[in-house]
Design a protein around this ligand. Structure first.
Ligand SMILES: *Cc1c(COP(=O)(O)O)cnc(C)c1O
Length: 239
């Protein structure tokens, strides 16, 4: 069973790597510039463990409860867990104990809650490092999908950069639903360049999922977040 799943995952991983390689070749970029984040949400911890065995140790989740349980179960493996989903401030305390990076910081209030929670986790010995943060930019101003409006981005990146518990690493975004992702990723690239001028360490641009990672790489993505293309479909219940 697990041997079969392992072979399946190895095969889809090879396919995703080939797509990343081809997109980089097209864009004249070095594939070493593009991190692969496996989005393991809704899949069991056993799949996360197999991915780690296959060398994918950057894993992402979008719900605190599910992620905390997997991180606990796999605490013996050297996995870096990433939070990529919308989160409420009251989850900061828990997230600060399992996440190496949060990519979905979209308000100063959330940044402040995370900073406070990270401080407490550091003091308690529950984490050793500050929290890497990507600020999520909204590319379509649609309510409900998260993301900071582009005209509020500077103020938010400033709040993150000033915190000694948070490390501003860059920007993240999801393409608008049902629209051509290319212009949206171009807007993200421009915003990321502006951010980098103020904060030279903020070099990450997290963009691209199973359906649009090629376009995202063309527009400068340094981190693709891939679920379906690696692990299979999640069904309808779990966007
Ligand atoms: C689920 C999810 C992904 C992965 O999406 P796929 O289409 O399954 O590759 C990427 N980013 C975020 C924020 C997600 O919630």
């Amino acid at each position: 069973m697990s041997e079969q799943r392992r072979a399946e995952l190895a095969e889809s991983l090879a396919e995703v790597r080939a797509r990343i390689g081809a997109a980089c070749a097209d864009a004249g970029r070095d594939p070493g510039e593009v991190r692969l984040l496996a989005v393991t949400k809704t899949f069991p911890a056993a799949d996360a463990a197999l991915l780690a065995e296959l060398g994918i140790t950057d894993l992402a989740e979008n719900r605190d409860q599910e992620a905390a349980a997997k991180a606990r179960e796999l605490s013996g493996l050297s996995i870096r867990w990433h939070m990529v989903g919308r989160m409420q401030r009251n989850k900061a305390r828990s997230v600060a104990r399992w996440a190496a990076e949060v990519q979905s910081v979209d308000s100063p209030r959330l940044a402040e809650a995370l900073a406070k929670a990270v401080r407490a986790a550091l003091d308690d010995g529950d984490r050793a490092q500050p929290l890497d943060v990507l600020v999520q930019a909204s590319l379509d101003d649609a309510e409900g999908r998260g993301g900071c409006p582009l005209d509020e981005l500077d103020a938010l990146t400033e709040v993150v950069a000033r915190s000694s518990e948070l490390r501003l690493r860059g920007l993240m975004a999801v393409a608008p639903l049902g629209a051509d992702p290319a212009p949206a990723f171009a807007r993200l690239a421009a915003a990321a360049e502006r951010t980098r001028r103020e904060h030279p360490g903020a070099t990450e641009v997290s963009a691209g999922m199973s359906g649009d990672l090629d376009v995202a790489i063309h527009h400068g993505s340094t981190c693709v977040r891939v679920g379906t293309a690696l692990l299979g479909g999640r069904g309808l219940a779990s966007l």
